[in-house]
Design a protein around this ligand. Structure first.
Ligand SMILES: NC(=O)c1ccc[n+]([C@@H]2O[C@H](COP(=O)([O-])OP(=O)(O)OC[C@H]3O[C@@H](n4cnc5c(N)ncnc54)[C@H](O)[C@@H]3O)[C@@H](O)[C@H]2O)c1
Length: 282
């Protein structure tokens, strides 16, 4: 597979990070979103983050400008037809992603691989809306994408070995470390992380300890760089709740029941860092 041009769909938190790492590694990137203002915000973030790398002498000013020149922002999805590879990083809704995959399936060449950065939606189910289920795969990057080394590479039921090998090689070319995972609710990262965060919330709800005390236990006793409640605020409490719900319904085990305090906080609009209030005030 000769990949030169990568289509990144969604210019939000993850999409702009994914466009950043592909452009820095020499790929041409077509970055798509539904409105120009989302593209402008994404492109501005990419510029700021690349400039930060220049300030830290990880990149020259010339390399920064070259990377930026490789990225084209578009709102007209037709322009994704020429891409050699697709990474979908649109909002975490099956209806949005399935509509995108169905539409791109009719526009892109049959050999083009479609990858999704979804945190929890079934790759097998997304693949089934296309006529190329063997070429659909999960490519799960972590936030912030330019910094985090891991990419979970998720095989759907129909994903071919050729597709898997191509995506693993591609992740390595981005200087990431791919880890192979099979398709299951929450994959590995969220399957293991989210119940930890959820249990920390139960500890607060039941008055076992304050959020500060819970976080301190994990920082000092387990050498975690940040405590579970600080991390939950950083991820977004609405995102945590969505993922717990996907695991609860998908795995059918009561141990994944979302903490009632989490549900209440999301109902109140306390979504963590992004809304100014979560387990902490920002
Ligand atoms: N935020 C994280 O820490 C994180 C980590 C790993 C994976 N993810 C996953 O990455 C994906 C994106 O998450 P995010 O945090 O970047 O969300 P975000 O809300 O920051 O960005 C999503 C972007 O997708 C755009 N979009 C929506 N529908 C679209 C469409 N039809 N075509 C093109 N663009 C469209 C939105 O306008 C928005 O700009 C989700 O699937 C999420 O589960 C998120």
């Amino acid at each position: 597979m000769n990949i030169r041009t990568v289509g990144v769909v969604g210019a939000g938190t993850m999409g702009n990070g994914i466009a950043h790492v592909f452009a820095k590694s020499g790929y041409r990137v077509i970055l798509a979103d539904v409105e120009q203002r989302f593209l402008d915000r994404g492109l501005e973030t990419i510029r700021k983050n690349l400039e930060r790398e220049v300030a830290k002498a990880k990149l020259t000013g010339e390399q920064c400008e070259q990377a930026l020149d490789r990225i084209t922002g578009i709102v007209d999805r037709k322009l994704l037809a020429d891409c050699d590879f697709i990474v979908e990083a649109a909002s975490e809704r099956f209806a949005i992603k399935s509509e995108l995959f169905r539409d791109l399936d009719s526009r892109c060449r049959p050999a083009v691989i479609f990858s999704s950065n979804t945190s929890s939606i079934s790759i097998t189910k997304l693949a089934a809306v296309t006529k190329r289920p063997d070429k659909v795969i999960g490519m799960h990057f972590f936030n912030p994408v330019p910094v985090m080394k891991l990419v979970e590479v998720i095989r759907g039921l129909a994903t071919s070995n050729d597709t898997f090998t191509s995506v693993r090689t591609l992740a390595e070319k981005l200087d990431k470390t791919p880890v192979e995972v099979n398709d299951a609710p929450g994959f590995v990262s969220n399957r293991v992380l989210m119940p930890l965060l959820n249990e920390a919330m139960y500890a607060v709800m039941e008055g076992v300890a304050s959020p500060e005390a819970v976080d301190e236990v994990f920082k000092l006793g387990m050498a975690h760089p940040m405590g579970p409640l600080t991390l939950a605020d950083f991820i977004g409490l609405d995102v945590c709740l969505d993922i717990m719900r996907v695991m609860h319904s998908g795995l059918g085990d009561p141990k994944y029941r979302p903490c009632p305090l989490l549900i209440k906080m999301v109902d109140a609009g306390w979504l963590g860092r992004k809304s100014g209030r979560g387990f902490y005030q920002y």
